[in-house]
Design a protein around this ligand. Sequence first.
Ligand code: ZN
Length: 312
Amino acid sequence: MPNFDFLSRVVRARLARQAKSCPNCGYCEGALVGRKNLLLQLRCCGRCGLMFRWPKDTGAFAQSFYQSDYSQGMTTEMPDSAALEKLASLNFRGTEKDLSEKIELLKVLCPSGKVLDFGASWGYGTLQLRQAGYDAYGFEISRPRAQFGRRELGVNIYTHQRELENHHGTFDVVFASHVLEHLPVLAGVVELLRSMLAPRGALLIFVPNCGGSNARRHGVYWGPMCCEKHPLAFDAEFFRRSLPDRGFRVAVFSDPYDSQKIALSVHTSTAETRIDGDELMVWAQVDPSLHRPRSELVNGVERAVDPGKSDH
Ligand SMILES: [Zn+2]
């Protein structure tokens, strides 16, 4: 059941007739995918195909929510010293913070290099990436979580975009594991991540698969699909449709993962296997030969982009 704060935000947003515009492209026409618990809707943008919860959260709300030590779940998410010692002694193996399977997939696609752990939380992923041999940095908007990681794990975690400026164009991979579905607004995020990448860099994204067989079977009542913590819902089609316009060559997979098949599919650009699992994996590599969009939305209105305008 939703908690009371969330419920009251939803009711207030509905009373204020919150706009149903897309939190990615701003387009105002969309389709209702499903209704949940009378108050929530899952909607799909008619232009970019992103699915999102309505009522939406605002960027300002999320920013303040993540700065509080006392937000729901925040303090319990960070381990005390005994729990941390245990996690470290296991190198996180077999715990819910174990990213070894995802890092093994990364090893197959990019065996070494500089990695940005985007949405690093308290740094457990940044640390595991570093221990796997990567030059790893974290980015996390929650200052309490980032401070915890810097202090307790000794990892580099930035909390503000301006701190990333010195690293523009230098990362071989931006790793974002179960982060994008938590963002209230997606507009500008892909552009930010692309700006961090080296000329042949890649995004490695993991999100709940809202086009998978469980999502299709249970609809909006599939746990991760339309809830307080997940304002956005992704399927493979969204990434295939939106990332090439931003200069990425895209390959999408879902669990259970077969790293050899994935490597073969990425390196030979062959069709992917069935994408029916509960988790979606996206490997999106910068490809300078792909063109950028010929049109863009300005205040919700589609306009042609001046072909003489520089992309970068
Ligand atoms: Zn959209």
